[in-house]
Write a protein that binds this ligand. Structure first.
Ligand SMILES: *Cc1c(COP(=O)(O)O)cnc(C)c1O
Length: 508
């Protein structure tokens, strides 16, 4: 082959150089997004398994029968650990699909429930409702938006992060297509009251999805929790991500459904075109088999004992971190976190000059090479405002580095103790004063922005270069989150769309 424009080795060297600038995916320094088992041999196994199926098209498990075998293996493992195998035969059988990730699992759970609701309510023109606590993952906002459901959010307690069961039950009516509970929630690691809510949804024959995307494959190996999986009779579907605590590379999750007939509504099928019959349980057509193969291999190699051991490591590290954070003056862990994640807020009971703002804290920790995730505070309709927090996702590898992490967290708190949270309102006022047109321009902007105006606003906020070039994240995220908290939601969303779109635009 003489037509290569560049040497493959040079191209790979360029990619390796680009990767140098990424946040570190291994070693436990990034406490969100990545789930490091700490076992290099698992990563190697995943890579080899993915490589073996690289040319396969996961679209058709009858042509590529390895896909069917691996999917059955992964779904079988998930069904076992989430106690769906004891659910019974026939109409009660728990069946499932492997999807491309948590969002797809959640989207498909909502689509299935909507279609089941429609078929149970022929001629009903109402928009079906999706009822969930405000802590439900944003994937359900997306699902409601994509599939035409009204999202009915139930407030949670600012102390516990959990909804009150009567507040959920009060919303159940015959227009509710689905209730979602998290096990646990991403923002605060709350295990929602699955059992109590399921008793009510079952009575009204309303579907109940348990979103165990983040924690499912860890919680399944943790003792002493209230039941939250298919042992609870009213649970109709459950999602859990293998690319989180299943330690697989990104692109693999499972969606389990109670009952074959329910699950068949997840499928899309058509023969109404001149090509091959299209029959898909998931959103994509042609799809990779690599993430599935990696997850399958990991599940085979680890088995339940391996998962239990890795969960124990993450749990130990979480307990150590929790104790350490409880001991830091001015910070407090939110509620009663369940599983290997937690959120941290300012301790309101401490005097103001001893309080630690969790966002300044995260920025200080980042300066020392530890990436924690800032979460905005927000108002809740019919409920208390939720504090702004910093999120930590703890993985087995954290256990190896917790001896370095704890002193870094203590030192970060010492650096920022007493520094008040960034005043988002003042920040917005200051920035708008500099804008041509001032506050009016901002108000007008809220009504609808074109791309160039959005880019100019971002540049004024210091988030985009003047040439419209998006760069790396700023050194300090606290002011950015303060803007997110202070600006009107639709404006922030539009600005973030612009930022993300510009970041990936080609620029030569
Ligand atoms: C991560 C997550 C999701 C969405 O998963 P993706 O894999 O990021 O698409 C859904 N629910 C919860 C609770 C999660 O943590």
């Amino acid at each position: 082959m003489n037509a290569f424009e560049r040497e493959p080795d040079d191209v790979l060297a360029e990619l390796a150089a680009l990767r140098e600038a990424d946040a570190p995916t291994h070693g436990g320094r990034v406490l969100s997004y990545v789930y490091d088992s700490g076992l290099a041999e698992l990563d190697e196994l995943a890579a080899r398994a993915a490589r073996l199926v690289q040319p396969v098209n996961g679209l058709d498990p009858t042509t590529f029968t390895s896909v069917a075998a691996m999917e059955a293996g992964v779904v079988g493992f998930a069904r076992r650990v989430f106690h769906g195998d004891a659910a019974g035969q026939g109409s009660a059988e728990v069946v499932g699909s492997v999807t491309s990730g948590g969002t797809e699992s959640c989207l498909l759970a909502v689509k299935t429930a909507r279609d089941a609701w429609r078929s149970a309510h022929p001629g009903d023109v109402r928009m079906p409702r999706l009822v969930a606590p405000t802590t439900v993952h944003a994937a359900f906002h997306k699902a409601a938006h994509y599939f035409g459901l009204a999202l009915d959010l139930v407030p949670v307690s600012a102390e516990t992060g959990a909804p009150e069961v009567p507040d959920v039950v009060a919303r159940l009516d015959d227009d509710v297509a689905l209730v979602v509970m998290s096990a646990p929630s991403y923002p605060f690691a709350t295990l929602d009251p699955v059992g109590e809510v399921a008793a009510a949804t079952a009575e009204h024959a309303i579907a109940l999805h348990v979103d165990a995307c983040i924690g499912g494959f860890a919680l399944a190996f943790q003792d002493g929790l209230p039941q939250w999986d298919f042992r609870v009779p009213g649970v109709t579907s459950l999602s859990a991500d293998l690319h989180k605590y299943g330690y697989a590379p990104k692109g693999v999750s499972v969606l389990l459904q109670r009952g074959r007939d329910r699950q068949r509504r997840q499928y899309f099928a058509t023969t109404a075109w001149p090509g091959y019959p299209v029959v898909n349980p998931t959103m994509a057509g042609s799809k990779p088999a690599g993430p599935l193969a990696a997850a399958w291999a990991i599940v085979q190699v680890l088995g339940e004992d391996g998962f239990a051991e890795l969960t124990a490591r993450a749990t130990t590290a979480t307990a150590t971190l929790r104790e350490a954070i409880d001991g830091i003056e001015g910070l407090a862990v939110v509620g009663e976190p369940v599983g290997p994640l937690l959120a941290v807020r300012a301790d309101e009971s401490a005097p103001a000059d001893r309080r630690v703002d969790p966002h300044h804290w995260a920025d200080a920790a980042r300066g020392a090479g530890w990436h924690l995730q800032l979460q905005p505070g927000m108002a809740q309709a019919d409920g208390p405002a939720l504090p702004h927090t910093t999120h930590l996702t703890v993985t087995p590898v954290t256990d190896h580095v917790v001896g370095e992490l704890v002193p870094a967290l203590v030192a970060a708190a010492d650096t920022v103790r007493g520094t008040p949270a960034v005043d988002g309102g003042a920040l917005v006022a200051g920035l708008t004063a500099q804008l041509p047109g001032g506050a009016q321009a901002l108000a007008a902007a809220s009504a609808g922005l074109d791309s160039d105006t959005a880019a100019r606003l971002l540049a004024a906020f210091g988030l985009l270069g003047g040439d419209g070039a998006g760069g790396a994240l700023p050194d300090r995220m606290a002011p950015v989150l303060a803007l997110v908290e202070a600006l009107p939601g639709p404006l922030t969303e539009r600005l973030l769309v612009e930022l993300l779109a510009r970041v990936v635009e080609p620029r030569d």
